[in-house]
Design a protein around this ligand. Structure first.
Ligand SMILES: CC(C)(COP(=O)(O)OP(=O)(O)OC[C@H]1O[C@@H](n2cnc3c(N)ncnc32)[C@H](O)[C@@H]1OP(=O)(O)O)[C@@H](O)C(=O)NCCC(=O)NCCS
Length: 167
């Protein structure tokens, strides 16, 4: 296994991670069988790609911020924090993924823990997470971070609340 230079942390998207980001996302898209065509534009103008994703932006009708989980030159995954819930509360406060080459090494568990600290700083006392019932990995990540199951939402996803002060 690759030895990371330092403990990974959530940070703002950075052009310095170009190669690691593109290769990691491409591997992940291929593993999931997802459309990877967006990577072409990203690779042609990575500066613009990063600029469009940096800072607090209005998405899904609410303020949101994207972070990359990285250690030195290594990009491991992405995480979004919505500062408020959308009207239907779909997607909750936090969404994330770890790219395939870095999965099953505890990174999502650590990444969510750091996101909960950021949520607390934003005044979000209880963070909502929504997870598809078949997503055993994400359910484990949420439970390991203190997620308490609520109910199933209208899209059939499991809802979990996490007290951010406990992070
Ligand atoms: C869900 C996801 C973020 C987990 O990332 P990860 O870094 O592998 O998670 P962790 O290493 O912290 O794993 C936590 C635990 O989940 C379980 N787990 C991980 N991958 C699993 C899998 N493919 N199948 C079953 N359980 C799994 C394990 O118990 C694991 O701990 P262990 O390896 O020590 O036993 C990652 O699989 C992913 O990005 N999936 C696609 C996007 C996604 O589902 N995002 C979440 C939407 S709510």
């Amino acid at each position: 296994m690759i030895e990371l230079p330092e403990p990974p942390r959530l940070s703002v998207p950075s052009t310095t991670l170009k190669t690691s980001y593109l290769v990691g996302e491409q591997a992940d898209m291929k593993h999931r069988g997802s459309d990877a065509s967006w990577l072409k534009a990203a690779s042609l103008d990575f500066d613009a790609f990063v600029a469009e994703r940096t800072g607090v932006r209005e998405r899904w009708g609410v303020a949101s911020e994207l972070f990359w989980f990285a250690s030195g030159e290594y990009y491991l995954g992405s995480l979004v924090i919505r500062h408020e819930l959308t009207d239907d509360e779909g997607g909750g406060h936090i969404g994330y993924h770890v790219v395939y080459p870095w999965q099953r090494q505890g990174h999502a568990t650590r990444m969510l823990k750091q996101a909960l600290v950021k949520c607390a700083g934003l005044g979000i006392e209880r963070a909502l997470l929504t997870v598809a019932p078949h997503n055993a990995a994400s359910i484990a990540v949420v439970r390991r971070n203190g997620g308490v199951e609520d109910r199933i939402n209208s899209e059939g996803e499991m809802r979990f609340w996490i007290d951010t002060a406990s992070a």
